[in-house]
Ligand binder design. Structure first.
Ligand code: ARG
Length: 575
């Protein structure tokens, strides 16, 4: 067990002795934001004192009288309004690092109660290129899935692609009338996009085309053989291109159940909602009303249009029902941009009316937009939306320039491979670093810089450590870096303490769905490592110190690698 977990258990026991009725789930310790006050802090006693109308400092004294953490901590201090501050003793710190060297853990332990979590992310639309807006969903969702898996949960990823809807009427008209087979073979999505643009422009001016599109759509919905065949081909061709992007990003899905998968259920769901009085008629359409929810009072969720067609919301309710039956999840996470907030509030609220007994947690993890350096939505020079594939090409190309400038002797193929890892890593990291709910400015120069809080900086920090090990092996006194860490220099201690907080950081990311916590943690780790390396000679130190410092290098590299892996970044042994 890690020191903070031991402290937590003791603290919970002490609280139980003083307040037998207290809910101990909130009795936690967290890293102290300012090391001046200690290494860990608990604010739990203030939260417990308030509803009981107790003086929090008083309560803190009573709990302290029953708290024995001398094995791990210097005497505990009560601070401010009733915080408890804990300062680790050095032997406890080095014992925790020794346990990691022995392979007991990497500063985190798998969840005691694994949960089943469905992550719904990426979800691009058929016959349209994936654009930068989908990149955030893909990268963020993939990171959350990786993290939850690492923490021992059962994770199911599901790509809810947009493979149904009115656009297929126009696409079918275009396909039948204008399809250029050669263009389709060369770049299927570009050709389908051309067809869609042409017919949708025509529909605005020509009532006959609009009517033709409507009829093609109706035929598709009724199961017309030819239209179904074309529609399936459009999906298959799109999927090939989506898959190519996912392969480049290293993203995998357990399932790709598009919107159309749920069509057979939609009617029954609307009938059930209507019979149960959850949905009712309104101007010829059917909607779920939320008279009980102030912020949704004016925003009923449409589940059936007046022409009989179903809505995005209806499909999402059917999707929820399917996931519930199939996987019995404890939680479903939806990753989309912020413009879908109202939609998910409606879906979640409608679901609660429909299944009031369900204990399922529903989370909409939303994000802001990507802006160009001019502060406006990120576009190409000619004003088009940037396609994801082009963006990744450019990332690799630019990274290749940086790599070749740094090391002109590198053979082309090796340089390309480094550029791929650095370029893709830079795009992902730039996306994960800002608070997800704020818009961020896309800047090639910033994200590819070798200094500052960037992917190349962290990847480089990792590669530097690997080069120490290469040199260490070349010198005679090579002992495998194992236990008995000597933490003496302030930089060694500071590094060790940062390592110890890896697991707490992972848990904080999972609790708030905020990978930026992990980015900042890793940046801080690399900084502390640099300070350590500059002040504490490793290879030239005498044998016991050398082994201990090599062990610190090794642990740092392992945490960097694991942390970057959660963010979906690969590492390199040399750069
Ligand atoms: N296809 C949608 C879009 O591109 C995103 C789908 C998100 N997931 C969901 N279950 N609604 O906006």
């Amino acid at each position: 067990m890690l020191p903070h977990q031991q402290i937590e258990l003791r603290l919970q026991a002490a609280v139980r002795a003083v307040l037998p009725d207290a809910d101990l789930a909130g009795v936690l310790v967290r890293p102290c934001l300012d090391p001046k006050f200690g290494d860990y802090q608990s604010s739990a006693l203030m939260a417990l004192a308030k509803p009981r109308k107790l003086n929090p400092r008083h309560l803190a004294q009573e709990v302290l009288a029953r708290l024995d953490v001398t094995d791990w901590c210097a005497p505990v201090e009560i601070a401010g309004a009733g915080f408890l501050n804990f300062r680790l003793k050095l032997p406890a710190l080095s014992a925790a690092l020794d346990a990691t060297m022995r392979g007991d853990h990497l500063f985190f332990t798998p969840a005691a109660q694994p949960r089943t979590v469905v992550v719904d992310f990426s979800s691009p639309n058929v016959a349209k290129p994936m654009h930068v807006g989908h990149i955030r969903s893909t990268i963020l969702g993939d990171t959350l899935a990786r993290l939850l898996r690492l923490l021992g949960h059962r994770v199911i990823t599901d790509n809810h692609i947009g493979d149904w809807g009115t656009q297929f009427g126009m696409l079918l008209v275009g396909w039948k009338r204008e399809l250029d087979r050669a263009a389709l073979t060369a770049d299927a999505i570009a050709e389908m996009e051309r067809l869609y643009k042409q017919i949708s422009a025509e529909c605005k001016e020509n009532a006959a085309t609009l009517e033709a599109a409507r009829q093609e759509l109706v035929k598709l919905q009724r199961g017309d053989e030819e239209n179904l065949r074309i529609w399936r081909e459009m999906i298959a061709l799109s999927q090939v291109q989506f898959d190519a992007i996912y392969a480049r990003l290293g993203v995998k899905f357990d399932h790709t159940l598009g919107e159309s998968f749920y069509n057979p259920r939609l009617k029954a769901i609307v009938d059930e909602l209507t019979t149960k009085g959850i949905a009712r008629e309104s101007e010829g359409a059917k909607a779920v009303f939320f008279d009980d929810i102030p912020q949704l009072k004016e925003s009923p969720a449409l589940v059936q249009k007046s022409d009989g067609g179903f809505n995005y919301t209806t499909t999402d309710l059917a999707t929820l029902a399917h996931r519930l039956e199939t996987w019995q999840p404890d939680e479903i996470i939806y990753v989309t941009d912020g413009r879908q907030q109202l939609h998910f509030q409606q879906v979640f609220a409608a679901f609660r009316h429909w299944h009031p007994e369900a204990k399922l947690k529903l989370a909409h993890v939303w994000f802001g937009s990507i802006l160009g350096e001019d502060g406006k939505p990120f576009k190409t020079r000619s004003g088009e939306t940037v396609k994801l594939a082009d963006l990744l090409d450019e990332a690799e190309e630019r990274a290749f320039k940086v790599v070749s400038e740094k090391n002109s002797e590198l053979p082309e193929a090796a340089g390309r491979e480094i550029a791929r890892i650095v370029g893709i890593g830079a795009v992902k990291y730039a996306d994960l670093l800002p608070n997800r709910q704020s818009d961020y400015v896309f800047s090639w120069d910033k994200m590819l810089a070798l200094s500052g809080n960037t992917a190349p900086y962290l990847q480089y920090a990792y590669a530097r450590i690997q080069s120490i090990f290469r040199k260490a092996e070349a010198t005679p006194d090579t002992r495998p870096p194992t236990s008995n860490l000597q933490l003496v220099q302030p930089e060694e201690i500071a590094l060790a303490k940062q390592l110890l907080n890896f697991g707490l950081t992972l848990e904080a990311v999972a609790a708030e769905y905020r990978p930026n916590f992990l980015c900042n943690y890793l940046y801080d780790l690399a900084g502390r490592y640099t300070a350590f390396y500059e002040n504490c000679p490793v290879l030239k130190a005498e044998s016991a110190t050398r082994a201990s410092r090599l062990a610190l290098c090794d642990l740092t590299a392992r945490v960097l690698k694991q942390g970057l892996d959660v963010l979906g970044l690969e590492v390199l042994d040399s750069m």
